[in-house]
Design a protein around this ligand. Structure first.
Ligand code: AMP
Ligand code: MG
Length: 418
């Protein structure tokens, strides 16, 4: 494993460089109108202003009795005649005369002249009358006011928002059946390396099955992009040129794995350079030090390239740290700051300043409510079993040095990240 050097690019710098390219491209992305029921996971291409008031009328937040709150003042207890019953969906007007109230159900419209609801469990019912203590309720209690969640013309959802189940429900609540979203990003991917074998082939000595295409396919599918699998490409200039030509025809983005290490003798880097302006970075991180990024072009066809390292864990870590956000931005989404939480180390970790490390961790909540984290053991960047065993990445910042048991470290939970 190479040591960090001062010329390596810090992770934050790499994130900034990628954002600066992807954000403007995302803003130019083509839009399409789609039905709300097919919009889960898509990115909103317009601000949604509320076309109506939510709720559409003052209504009761409880099953109880509606009355005018002014009657409460100056009394210890009060008795009111139940003059009406109002169910949800009730549309007839009713007038609440002084000294009376209305039995009302949750969500039912508040009658004119009423501004307060007392929950049914706080009253004593005696024939047509209710009696209750006045200090159990204040004027205005248990009422939802017209437009209190959203009023007509107010911003309900902002452009660039990825639509989750809650967003779908909110849009439906506004009566919106069609939404404008950005077209899905089309992502092609392939593995490079003459030592790689496809599933079903026999392994000869020194060869290995291609696992990166499967992790990539999984991660891309979860992101909701359009995927194109271009298979394994051997370390052969002709094969590499062919696949780049083919992928450029249909894809906005091409993701490769392998062949981008510094000093690597194979053709991957050379052929990438033939197709465009590509930077080969040494990122100050572990795993994932070598990475390529840039624009590819062949005649009219253009795409962005992410040349990820070959090691299987490095592929996943660089994807989650850089590519995931980049694809989201390219698709018109807003930038995603990863949510880190603090956990207490259950074991010491050795680390030198000068690179960001992403150790695979197992995080658990202790009986005292504290989050505790330990590593999964061996942290080899080729060992996918460390990702399988983990439920989080322990993020050791660029300047961080060795840590002891009991020290606090930031972790990125897979749940939510992936
Ligand atoms: P490279 O950067 O191409 O030298 O690859 C680094 C290491 O990752 C080598 O041990 C490769 O065999 C391994 N590797 C590269 N691509 C894959 C892949 N698609 N699946 C599994 N291992 C890979
Ligand atoms: Mg290789």
């Amino acid at each position: 494993m190479a040591h960090p050097s001062s010329e390596d690019l810090p992770v934050d710098k790499v994130r900034d460089l990628i954002r600066a390219v992807c954000e403007p491209l995302g803003r130019q992305r083509t839009r399409e109108m789609i039905a709300l029921e097919t919009s889960l996971g898509r990115i909103l291409a317009e601000d949604i202003l509320s076309p109506i008031d939510i709720p559409s009328a003052n209504n009761s937040a409880m099953d109880g009795y509606a009355f005018n709150g002014s009657v409460l003042s100056g009394h210890e207890t009060i008795s009111l005649e139940v003059a009406h019953t109002i169910f949800a969906g009730h549309t007839e007007k009713c007038v609440i005369a002084s000294g009376t109230c209305a039995r009302i159900m949750t969500g039912a419209p508040l009658p004119d002249g009423c501004d307060t609801v007392i929950p049914q469990e706080l009253v004593k019912v005696d024939n047509q009358f209710i009696r209750f203590q006045c200090d159990l309720v204040r004027p205005g209690d248990n009422v939802r006011l017209r437009g209190e969640e959203l009023s007509t013309g107010q911003l309900a959802l902002a452009q660039g928002q990825m639509l989750s189940p809650a967003h779908l429900g909110l849009l439906a609540g506004l009566g919106i059946a069609q939404v404008s979203v950005y077209q899905k990003v089309s992502v092609g991917f392939f593995s490079t390396g003459s030592e790689l074998r496809s599933l079903g082939e026999t392994l000869d000595s020194g060869s290995a099955y291609d696992s990166n295409r499967y992790t990539l396919m999984g991660m891309l599918t979860r992101l909701g992009v359009q995927t194109h699998d271009f298979g394994i490409v051997r370390d052969d200039p002709k094969e590499l040129r062919e696949v780049f030509h083919k992928a450029l025809k249909t894809c906005d983005v091409i993701i490769t794995s392998g062949g981008v290490s510094v000093g690597q003798a194979d053709y991957t880097k050379q052929i990438m350079q033939e197709f465009g302006s590509i930077d080969f970075w040494k990122v100050a991180m572990r795993p994932g030090r070598p990475m390529a990024f840039g624009h590819l072009k062949a005649a009219e066809d253009e795409a962005l390239l992410f040349g990820l390292p070959g090691n299987p864990v490095a592929v996943m870590v660089t994807f989650y740290q850089f590519v995931q956000e980049a694809l989201h931005l390219l698709g018109g989404g807003q930038s995603l700051e990863p949510l880190l939480v603090n956990a207490v180390l259950a074991e010491p970790i050795r680390k030198r300043a000068g690179r960001t490390e992403y150790q695979r961790g197992i995080c658990q909540r202790l009986a005292n409510g504290q989050l505790e984290v330990r590593t999964t053991g061996s942290q080899g960047s080729g060992m996918l079993s460390s990702m399988v065993a983990a439920n989080c990445l322990i993020v050791l910042d660029h300047e961080q040095e060795s840590l002891n048991v009991g020290d606090t470290v930031p972790v990125q939970l897979f749940n939510g990240l992936i």
